[in-house]
Design a protein. Sequence first.
Length: 224
Amino acid sequence: MNEVEELKVFISNRDSTCDDCREKLGRKPWITLTREKGALCLSCGDLDHLIFLPSGDAALTRRARKHSTLSAVVLKWSRARNRYERQGLLVEEQALKTAEEECLADEDVRSRQRERDALRRQESDLQYLEIFASRIRELFPGCPKGRELTIAEHACLKYSGRVGRSASAKRLDEEAVRLAVRAHIRHVETDYDRLLARGYDRSDARAHVRGIAERMLESWKAPE
Ligand SMILES: [Zn+2]
């Protein structure tokens, strides 16, 4: 990289005096070092028109630097780490304003993007729901009319852990559809939920309703 070395401003860790105007700068003054004149206050260093942008927002910092004709990195000696650490950037006020506007615009673009993504996801969810429902109708033609939508909704929407959203259900294989239908029958057409509510163990409750659930599943396979 052939960049011009960036200007540095140091937050001094001792009392300093400006080598040009001789002003006493007090404790921890901000100074810049020049080869000819030594330590200068920012006023003598012609940097006092710049404003300080603390580190922390990388995008804002990058943009502010880009828009600033003159900028200087602010460093402070860390005794603990035994090195200079970057505190932020001195930039032109107008550059910072422009940078802030750009970042806000970006933020806007990103939130619009998020909205579009959410909408697309909704649409694909709906499409998937319809496909899932018609697959249920195809495999279980005896299923009560409209029930396939309830089952598909329950199985597909939102809950990634449920059968409808699993990888196999994505492929819409028969087993995944069958599992969704069976779960529906168990919950809606049998005493399963009531048994669970009464404190039955899950596998006991399943065993209890298995017969009726399987018979209904079989009957749904046949056309009405
Ligand atoms: Zn000075």
